[in-house]
Design a protein around this ligand. Structure first.
Ligand code: LAN
Length: 732
């Protein structure tokens, strides 16, 4: 029976003041690069374990002041930035960081925990409540798909449930306001399919109101063109547990809270709702990709099948889905590919094995990896961190800016190398064939090796960082052997698509027409892998650096890979001159990567029409103040949309792009450098601006360390680039 942990709570009036004692939070390290927040239970414990700068920075507490000497030029500005950044490095070499942004993650973990009877600690419960109170939109009290987006039914209905589950009363002003907005938007019946799913599991929505998600999908043989193992891995990993719970029509038992929520979430009488009529009822602000006719047709057929599903086949299908769920849990040490599928898997494991199982315990333990406390309260993160991604950029920033040669930075760099050494994946997945997993031996993951997924560009950036650190830092230990570096090369070469481009986790296995069957409504391009200019660049720049040190290993393959990848990049360039970015915002992000690739093969402003067009595109977006500012809206609209404010990180990307292309005039670069330096604080840091990342076209996600890595990198590169330009132009 549920509940002891979810008793009603008195919420303090002022949510700007923490509901817990912020001097008690500590970021703990597992030794493998994973980090977790811990709340010390007594004052004595807190006294005995002082907070570090890392803890304080992410909690938003003041750090001891250490003003740096004012920067006189780009390089000294980079140096000041690095001095500050070094204070945020954890003992094990990585940089922890907030990886929040999406607003549909907390509902999964809270509903998933509630229905499985998994407790939250009191301090977590209070700070999650505070976070949602603080994040509710001022105008209408709702929540969006992500923190920068307008209120949606998905965000509002589900986060409303979170507050209520965690013990907040219906009369709390945040609930009152959110409820009114939810009803205005059409009530929970207008939630998109992933929302309908969680509401059904919580038993405040009827499975009959969901379009079919038949587990029989997992029985389809490999030759079927739409076989799910050809879908994008995030998509299939979410639909496996979804189909399992749908197949059983599993719902948590009814109780007082659930009965009450049924009244609160809808403007009409819950018991009179026409459920099948809700299946395609999606509120307008939630809808990004409308169902195609093909999908609706397919749903009609599946709806009929659902009425007469053959029991032995259904049970075989459920078994197959459950087998895949267990394999994914074991392959990822219970972290799952991402926390969306992870918490769904957690519910399935509970349904099948109960609370006394190892799986239940392991899911509870790893749930903590995704909970992050920040100044506004506790949120859930998109992965267990962005460790590899940040280390790799910081390493390159320090080495390429020349700061890597300074003795004061040696220890920081060697610690990075140690982390990278520990987090290369050394084996293929335990279960590889049945779940159709791509090879992992030699890859670097996005966060840590614990989760264990190959990502093409993370392998590229990780390898670049290792090569830089082992070869450019004085007396650096050679921790990653030549064999292991060659394993990474094999991974990269093996994940190039026949058309030359690189996708994210796997080769493109599906077809473009899969997108007509996208059932998720709120996301775009999630059905199959696609090539990305960003991933393509990371992969081939890594190979190009590799061959400088190891010229003989798979020489012909590498040459062919780089050539064909550059050809693909040419095809992907937009007529306006930029490249569309899928993982950072947006044209600014991807154009920087693409120009890095072109520079590799000698394509620069002077020599290539393509590079010239790209520079002109970027220059046409440079602002009065010398910077760039692009809105996340570009990612949704597929055209460059200006942000209201200039952004430091985007200015760094655009400037790096011009430098890669060897743009011949110093003036735009000088202006950009000035802008970035003007935003630097006295202690050497830069304040947080808008979110830097994006995924699935519609969801922003935070990369708070980019404001250090890319600024330092750009300032360092600009310093030497401008000096070179001045020298060739004979100017002082
Ligand atoms: C990420 C984050 C990193 C990102 C890059 C490495 C930057 C990219 O170049 C390749 C794709 C990858 C690995 C990526 C894929 C999708 C992720 C995992 C995320 C954006 C972080 C969160 C997101 C994941 C899908 C969130 C869960 C949401 C679902 C819709 C399942």
């Amino acid at each position: 029976q549920i509940s002891p942990f979810y008793h009603p709570v008195d919420v303090p009036d002022d949510s700007t003041i923490p509901f817990t004692d912020y001097s008690r939070w500590r970021l703990t390290l597992s030794g493998n690069g994973d980090h977790r927040w811990k709340y010390l239970s007594t004052e004595e414990e807190a006294q005995a374990w002082p907070q570090t700068d890392v803890d304080k920075y992410w909690l938003g507490l003041p750090l001891p002041k250490t003003p740096s000497p004012p920067a006189k030029d780009a390089l000294s500005s980079a140096r000041n930035g690095l001095r500050y950044l070094k204070r945020l490095q954890s003992e094990d070499g990585h940089w922890a960081g907030e990886y929040g942004g999406p607003m549909f993650l907390l509902p999964g973990v809270v509903i998933g925990s509630y229905v499985t009877g998994m407790p939250f600690r009191e301090e977590e419960r209070l700070e999650v409540i505070r976070y949602l109170i603080n994040l509710a939109h001022l105008e209408d009290g709702g929540w969006g798909l992500h923190i920068e987006g307008p209120s949606t039914v998905f965000g509002t209905a589900l986060n409303y449930c979170v507050l209520r589950i965690l013990g907040v009363s219906t009369e709390h002003p945040t609930c009152v306001k959110a409820r009114a907005t939810l009803h205005k938007l059409g009530g929970a019946g207008a939630a998109p399919s992933w929302g309908k799913f969680w509401l059904s599991v919580l038993n405040v929505y009827d499975w009959d109101g969901c379009n079919p998600i038949p587990p029989e999908l997992w029985l389809l043989p490999d030759w079927v063109p739409f076989q799910p193992h050809k879908w994008w891995i995030h998509c299939r990993m979410v639909y496996i547990p979804m189909s399992y719970l749908y197949g059983y029509k599993w719902q948590v038992e009814e109780n007082d809270l659930i009965r009450s929520l049924r009244q609160e979430l809808y403007s009409e009488d819950y018991y009179r709702i026409d459920w099948p009529a809700q299946r395609n009822n999606i509120a307008k602000p939630d809808l990004y990709v409308a169902h195609s006719f093909v999908l609706d047709g397919l749903y009609s057929v599946l709806g009929v099948y659902e009425q007469c599903a053959i029991p032995p086949i259904r049970s075989m299908a459920l078994k197959e889905a459950y087998k895949l769920i267990c394999m994914e849990d074991e392959n990822t040490n219970y972290q799952g590919l991402a926390p969306v599928s992870k918490v769904m898997n957690m519910v399935c494991r509970f349904v099948e094995e109960g609370t006394e199982s190892e799986a239940y315990r392991e899911h509870m333990r790893t749930r903590d990896d995704f909970m992050w406390i920040g100044p506004e309260g506790m949120r859930m993160t998109g992965t267990n961190g962005s460790q590899l991604w940040d280390i790799a950029f910081i390493a390159q920033a320090v080495v390429e800016s020349g700061l890597g040669e300074e003795e004061e930075n040696r220890e920081c760099l060697v610690n990075m190398l140690k982390w990278l050494d520990r987090n290369q994946i050394r084996e293929n997945p335990k279960h590889q064939v049945a779940p159709h997993r791509h090879a992992t031996k030699g890859a670097w993951p996005f966060s840590t090796a614990t989760q264990g997924y190959t990502v093409s560009d993370c392998t590229g950036e990780g390898m670049k960082a290792v090569l830089y650190l082992q070869n450019h830092v004085k007396n650096a230990p050679q921790l990653v052997s030549e064999r292991r570096i060659c394993d990474a090369v094999d991974i990269i070469l093996g994940i190039q698509n026949p058309d030359g481009g690189f996708a994210s986790y796997e080769l493109v296995r599906g077809y473009k027409w899969f997108e007509y069957l996208n059932p998720a409504e709120v996301f775009g391009d999630i059905m199959t892998e696609h090539n990305y200019p960003e991933c393509t660049t990371s992969a081939i720049t890594a190979l190009a650096i590799f061959r400088k040190y190891y010229p003989n290993y798979r020489k012909v393959d590498i040459e062919h890979c780089i050539r064909t990848a550059v050809d693909w990049l040419h095809v992907a360039q937009k007529p306006e001159g930029g490249w569309y970015g899928s993982w950072g915002i947006c044209f600014t992000y991807a154009t920087q990567f693409a120009l890095e690739s072109l520079s590799l093969v000698g394509e620069t402003y002077a020599t290539s029409e393509s590079a010239r067009r790209a520079c002109k595109f970027l220059l046409s977006k440079q602002r009065e103040d010398g910077g760039w500012g692009e809105s996340w809206k570009s990612c949704e609209d597929l055209v460059y949309v200006e942000h209201e404010k200039t952004q430091v990180v985007q200015t760094a990307w655009a400037t790096m792009a011009l430098i890669y292309a060897e743009y011949p005039e110093p003036e735009p670069i000088e202006r950009a450098v000035k802008m970035v330096m003007s935003r630097q604080l006295l202690d050497g840091s830069w304040p947080q601006e808008s979110l830097e990342g994006i995924f699935n076209k519609t969801v922003t996600i935070a990369y708070p360390l980019f404001k250090f890595s890319f600024t330092i990198w750009m300032l360092g590169k600009a310093h030497s680039h401008l000096a070179k330009l001045r020298a060739t132009k004979g100017v002082n």
